[in-house]
Write a protein that binds this ligand. Structure first.
Ligand code: C2E
Ligand code: MG
Ligand code: MG
Ligand code: MG
Length: 281
């Protein structure tokens, strides 16, 4: 009897696993054709400098408009694109597109682009960045590359060499999602990052949770003493903003200002939160 009951449960899980596997295969196929069909788009979210009190840059965030399923989150499709290696071509497209777009913005506005660890494995990442800069005419100091600690988990030496080459081009390197990994602190010693992005999970509970307060305070203090810019991700409320400003955090990003918007909205955003120089441009 127990066996037949187990069989039922077993069959249930088997069907569920088949369903998951099928979903996954569908996404792989869809991703490949989406790239060919031009269903990817870049949206841009403002980075607001707290001392200057204005937008000084935008983070490029990938959007996939599936013809039937609608918008699919990068959190869902980036891992699949990484597994099938598509992230290499997709990432190259993102770099070219973001640099070309940013070249049209005022000179004091930067663009931040996320890099996958898989792009480091492709080995020609540096040439891809050089080509994106050359093709767009964007000055290297206006490009920020965001990496997570996963870049250090394998091929550490090779990836560090690539990071140094990228930095030698004049581009800035940011440590994204800081504090969520296993040993974020040790990476600050192994590479001279230009910016630390404090993960949204710490900012989210800032007002209610003393542990988050302590962590964000420690990270911004660390940034200050190491001369690294600190950016708080996921700022949604005025209270969070006020607290971050008081703690000396340098930059904020979040729905309080704006979610990521299509390139056509950049001009409006700069008019609302930009500098005099940006407005004049
Ligand atoms: P990320 O690089 O940490 O990007 C910030 C994410 O936080 C974005 O999610 C953004 O929409 C979201 N966010 C910003 N402010 C707020 C806020 O106030 N509240 C909330 N709830 N969320 C906020 P998104 O666009 O869904 O991207 C998720 C992740 O996907 C990114 O996290 C990044 O790791 C990855 N990703 C996005 N675009 C690319 C890309 O072009 N290449 C690669 N390799 N990864 C990308
Ligand atoms: Mg990022
Ligand atoms: Mg981030
Ligand atoms: Mg994040």
């Amino acid at each position: 009897r127990a066996k037949s009951e187990g069989g039922g449960v077993h069959r249930f899980f088997e069907r569920e696993m088949d369903r998951q596997a099928q979903k996954r295969r569908d996404m792989e196929l869809d991703l490949r054709s989406a790239f060919a069909d031009g269903d990817f788009e870049l949206h841009y979210q403002p980075l607001v400098d707290l001392a200057a009190d204005r937008i000084t840059g935008f983070e490029a965030l990938l959007r996939w408009k599936h013809p039937e399923k609608g918008m699919i989150s990068p959190a869902d499709f980036i891992p699949v694109a990484e597994d099938i290696g598509l992230i290499v071509t997709l990432g190259e497209w993102v770099l070219r597109k973001a640099c070309a777009e940013a070249a049209k913005w005022p000179d004091d506005i930067k663009v931040a682009v996320n890099l996958s660890p898989v792009q480091f494995r492709s080995r020609n990442l540096v040439q891809v960045v050089v080509a994106a800069l050359a093709y767009s005419g964007l000055s290297p100091h206006r490009l920020e590359l965001e990496i997570t600690e996963s870049v250090f988990l394998a091929e550490t030496e090779a990836n560090l060499a690539i990071l140094h080459q990228l930095r030698a081009l004049g581009v800035r390197i940011s440590m994204d999602d800081f504090g969520t990994g296993y040993s974020s602190l040790s990476y600050l010693r192994s590479f001279p990052f230009d910016k630390i992005k404090i993960d949204r999970s710490f900012v989210k509970d800032l007002i209610e949770r003393p542990d988050c307060v302590a962590i964000v305070r420690a990270i911004s203090g660390l940034g200050r003493s190491m001369n690294i810019t600190t950016t708080a991700e996921g700022v949604e409320t005025i209270d969070q903003l006020d607290w971050l400003r008081a703690e000396g955090c340098n930059e904020v990003q979040g729905f309080l200002f704006s979610p990521a918007k299509p390139a056509s909205e950049i001009e409006n955003l700069l008019r609302r939160f930009g500098s005099q120089a940006s407005q004049a441009a």
